[in-house]
Structure formats: structure tokens, C-alpha cells
Design a protein around this ligand. Structure first.
Ligand code: DGI
Ligand code: FE
Ligand code: FE
Length: 189
């Protein structure tokens, strides 16, 4: 693995709590495995997986402060559901703080929580890897979604979005319109 990735790994180990760091390594290697299968650039998959939650472990106050600093505008849904902010903020930090030059990598970080219509293969891979990495054990039919991920990226996205919408409808959290829009897009695909 190249030195740049090892250096980023050291930084993430310092920035994230133990649980989040282990999840991050899971997403990094799962993204890499999916990239091998679906012929996507391996380094991009490793870096996107490694940095996808780089903004996750800040306090809400710090997240708002950083969004201010980098002129990131938040929707009302994001302001109320602050767990969503780390995706947008992480994409900007990847570029500005961690020196990522690939727009596709930054977009993959930005869309990893809600997804987005017309995701690139790399974006789909990070979105899926976040859901299926080996430490995840709460979601239903994980075995089927893990299998689908290595067969058909669109199908795996559709399954994850469908299950996420069901899960969110049963919870007090508001569904981000982007999650619904992404689901509608992948149902039509
Ligand atoms: O950061 P992770 O925990 O690895 O996973 P993630 O980036 O998918 O974030 C999960 C969080 O995002 C979890 O608290 C649920 C929330 N989330 C995902 N989609 C939506 C959402 N929250 C709301 N309110 N609306 C959504 O559509
Ligand atoms: Fe996340
Ligand atoms: Fe994650």
C-alpha cells in the first residue's frame, strides 16, 4: 500500500474513536474488494473508504463551526439531523485538510450517507461498503445484500435504500429527501 494511504491511516487513527476506526478499516477494505470486482481504481476506493467518516467524531458545535469556516451550506434537515452533516463536511475536509485531489473520491464521501441519483461506480461502492462492512451486524438480510454487492451495484443500492427507508419510517428521524430521491432513481434503473 502506498505511503500516502498509510499516512492518512495514521491520521484517521488519531481523529476517530476505536470503534469508528475499526469500522473505517472495514469500509476501506470492503471498498477495495468491491473495486477489484467492479473494475474501479483501487487507490481511489481505499482513500474514499478510509476518509468517508473523517468528520464523524467532532461534536455538533465543532461540525457547525467547520461548516461555517468552509462555507458549507446546510439544509434544514441536516441542521436538525446533525448525524447527516459528516458526509458533506467530510468531503470538504478530504480535499482541504487531507489533500485529496480526485473529485470522484470527494463525491463518494459526500454521498455515502444518503446516496444520490446517478452515483458513479466509486460512489456506489462506498455507499454499499459503509452498509455491509464486516463489523456491521444490525441490519436485516445483510447476507443477501453482501452477495448482491458483488453481483450488481444498482441492485445492492436499491436493497440498502429500501431497507433504510423502512428503518427510518419506523424511527422518529426525518427522512432526508435525498435518501428518497436516490431510492426512486434506483428503483427506475
Ligand atoms: O456514519 P455511519 O454510522 O458509518 O453511517 P452513515 O454515514 O450511513 O450514517 C448513519 C446515520 O445517518 C444514522 O444515524 C442514520 C442517519 N441517516 C441516514 N439516512 C438518513 C439518516 N438520518 C435521517 N434523519 N434521514 C435520512 O434520510
Ligand atoms: Fe458515515
Ligand atoms: Fe461509515
Amino acid at each position: 500500500m502506498n505511503d500516502k494511504i498509510l499516512e492518512l491511516q495514521r491520521k484517521m487513527k488519531k481523529k476517530l474513536d476505536v470503534y469508528r476506526y475499526e469500522h473505517t478499516l472495514g469500509v476501506m477494505y470492503t471498498s477495495a474488494a468491491l473495486a477489484m470486482r467492479h473494475e474501479v481504481n483501487l487507490d481511489d476506493a481505499l482513500v474514499a473508504g478510509l476518509l468517508h467518516d473523517c468528520a464523524k467524531c467532532y461534536s455538533d458545535d465543532k461540525k457547525f463551526e467547520l461548516c461555517d469556516k468552509y462555507h458549507i451550506s446546510l439544509t434544514d434537515i441536516e441542521k436538525k439531523n446533525t448525524a447527516l452533516i459528516h458526509a458533506k463536511l467530510g468531503a470538504v475536509l478530504a480535499k482541504e485538510k487531507y489533500g485529496v485531489e480526485s473529485d470522484d473520491v470527494c463525491r463518494a464521501i459526500e454521498t455515502h450517507t444518503t446516496g444520490s441519483p446517478e452515483m458513479s461506480p466509486l460512489q456506489q461502492i462506498v455507499f454499499i461498503a459503509d452498509y455491509i462492512e464486516p463489523h456491521r451486524d444490525r441490519a436485516g438480510r445483510l447476507d443477501k445484500i453482501r452477495y448482491a454487492a458483488f453481483e450488481d451495484l444498482d441492485l445492492a443500492c436499491r436493497m440498502i435504500l429500501s431497507d433504510t427507508l423502512t428503518y427510518l419510517s419506523d424511527s422518529p428521524k426525518t427522512i432526508d429527501p435525498m435518501t428518497k430521491e436516490t431510492f426512486d432513481y434506483y428503483v427506475k434503473e
